[in-house]
Design a protein around this ligand. Structure first.
Ligand code: SAM
Length: 271
């Protein structure tokens, strides 16, 4: 095993332990994990504070399609796709999340294939899915390029990806990172100011977070064609009153999202 692989494995173990102890979304409610009220509250909070999501993700647009969510967390978005008729598969690095996803779909009476799996080594044959979705995940795995290559492999020709990654060239990073440094909380041995700031965005103990510019993403997603980017605004999450029209897809902020068919788009009929 190469040194870098060993380092990545050790870091990934920290990532797994962190998210297993803090399944994403549980931080926004004090209700008992796994109850119907808990899931309802997580869902309400998610789309109230990120109102652009329903419009941007088109949850109802994939009826009958095989959809994979990578890093599905509590399965809130996966459930929206499934309610819209998509055939849902969800993977996450952590057993805690996958257990909650199974509970949640069981409460709804909707079937799901939910598994513990690593984005960098997906347990699916080539060309398995019409749609691969991932929101705020691939920047938390040590080898993001490897995970993107896996997305390409499991996507059918003509398929679509919808992926959110943190956006480096954003007001949030320009202002937040220096302020964070001034507040003197920057860890010794930080990878970079931006990465340390982004890491903390998901909780002070989060071991890994990265952010990308559009040009970096174009290089990393070079095998996909027709990349579109939408930059979304997380500031409303903290200050909901700042944006009077929540139905609008915001134009500035921290998140980058891309959507693209595979290059062999002509092979798949009907897309
Ligand atoms: C910020 S949370 C996002 C969860 C969910 N997508 C959401 O938006 O609520 C990041 C998630 O990515 C998962 N994750 C991190 N690295 C992963 C990997 N290599 N493979 C699969 N999941 C991973 C974590 O376990 C965690 O559930």
């Amino acid at each position: 095993m190469k040194m870098t692989d060993a380092n990545d494995d050790a870091l990934k173990q920290q990532v797994r332990e962190y998210w297993n102890a803090h399944p994403c979304g549980t931080q926004f409610t004090h209700l008992e994990w796994g109850s119907k009220q808990f899931f309802d509250e997580v869902e309400r909070f998610r789309y109230e504070t990120q109102p652009f999501m329903r419009k941007l993700m088109e949850f109802d647009n994939f009826r009958g399609r095989r959809l994979l969510e990578i890093g599905c967390g509590l399965g809130t978005d996966l459930l929206q796709f499934a309610r819209g008729g998509a055939i849902a598969t969800g993977v996450d690095l952590t057993p805690a999340s996958i257990e909650l996803v199974k509970k949640r779909f069981a409460l709804e009476g909707i079937p799901v294939d939910a598994r513990v799996a690593d984005a960098e080594n997906l347990p699916f044959p080539d060309a398995s899915f019409d749609v691969v979705y991932s929101f705020g995940v691939l920047h938390h795995t040590p080898n993001t390029q490897k995970a993107i290559d896996e997305v390409y492999r499991v996507l059918k020709p003509g398929g679509r990806i919808i992926i959110m990654l943190y956006h480096k060239d954003s007001i949030h990073v320009f202002l937040g990172a220096p302020l964070y440094k001034i507040s003197n909380k920057l860890r010794a041995g930080a990878r970079s100011l931006v990465e340390d700031w982004v890491r903390v965005y998901d909780g002070a103990e989060n071991p890994l977070g990265k952010a990308y510019s559009k040009s970096e993403l174009r290089k990393m997603f070079w095998r996909f064609k027709d990349l579109n980017f939408a930059v979304c605004d997380p500031i409303r999450r903290k200050y909901p009153r700042l944006r009077p029209d929540p139905s609008q897809v915001p134009r500035c902020g921290q998140l980058a999202q891309s959507e693209t068919p595979k290059p062999t788009v002509g092979i798949l009929a009907g897309d």
